[in-house]
Design a protein around this ligand. Structure first.
Ligand SMILES: C[S@@+](CC[C@H](N)C(=O)[O-])C[C@H]1O[C@@H](n2cnc3c(N)ncnc32)[C@H](O)[C@@H]1O
Length: 246
């Protein structure tokens, strides 16, 4: 993921953390927000005129996700907000996975048109609806996690404890041990179900599961180091709820 030098100690003004203007070039933030808003608006506006509506919904889900990553950080964790908080530059694997998904649905749309239609069979309709629900629920859980963790949330895993990092065990963290990962996992899988993309569905499930399994292990080593027995007790009582990750 991104460069850790962007996550330094926050600037404090009147006792409150304030977004660092150097890390938040206003022209870049404004342009990124404009592009994400335009993508959302154009995709929504074209829905009545296109036959593959799931693709428009997918673009709307993508633009909403990236907008909210920045917005929630700016609102509830403003000392840590920076231009990369949009998480658009989320690593080669992330961008490649979405490019593969777009290629898959374009190719299948040309060669297996009826199999891509959510109204062509009962099974397709169910997969599409479940996918849409996962996207919405996944997004809500992810955003709620960022809001609940507040200043303790950081897009980059902390390897040394900073002063404003408290252990969060309330709200959505009392039901999921890693709610933002749980939300992202199902959001991403949901996008591929919505698109009726069998290959990317398997690819996303496998790659994300492996990524979060390793990431949680790594993250928890530091959480135990920072919070000791408190974290171990929390770990014992609250599950991750991503299948086969303890
Ligand atoms: C990208 S956030 C993800 C948080 C959490 N894993 C989740 O899925 O909601 C990563 C940062 O959150 C911190 N973190 C994870 N769980 C935490 C908790 N329960 N309380 C406080 N900080 C936590 C980690 O130390 C790490 O620096």
């Amino acid at each position: 993921m991104s460069d850790s030098s962007k996550e330094d100690i926050p600037i404090i003004i009147n006792g409150k953390p304030y977004p660092d203007i150097v890390k938040n070039p206003l022209n870049e933030i404004a342009l990124t927000s404009y592009i994400l808003g335009a993508l959302f608006g154009i995709s929504l506006g074209l829905i009545p005129f296109v036959s593959f509506r799931a693709f428009n919904l997918y673009l709307m889900a993508l633009s909403t996700f990236h907008f909210l990553e920045f917005y929630i950080t700016a609102k509830y964790n403003r000392g840590k907000v920076h231009s990369e908080s949009f998480l658009i530059n989320n690593g080669v694997e992330y961008i490649s996975a979405h490019l593969v998904a777009i290629c898959e649905c374009s190719i299948e749309r040309v060669f297996f048109n009826s199999a891509k239609r959510s109204d062509s069979s009962f099974i397709n309709s169910i997969i599409f609806i479940v996918g849409l629900c996962l996207v919405i629920i996944g997004q809500v859980i992810r955003s709620l996690a960022m809001y609940t963790a507040g200043q303790s949330f950081s897009h980059i895993v902390k390897t040394s404890k900073i002063e404003d990092h408290d252990l969060v065990t309330d709200g959505i963290y009392s039901f999921f041990r890693h709610p933002s990962y749980f939300g992202f996992f199902w959001w991403a899988i949901g996008t591929q179900m919505m698109l009726l993309n069998p290959i990317s569905f398997v690819l996303f499930s496998f790659v994300l599961w492996r990524f979060f399994s390793k990431r949680i292990n790594y993250e928890e080593k530091y959480l135990v180091e920072f919070f000791g027995k408190k974290y171990l007790d929390y770990k014992k009582t609250v599950p991750v709820r991503i299948p086969f990750i303890n």
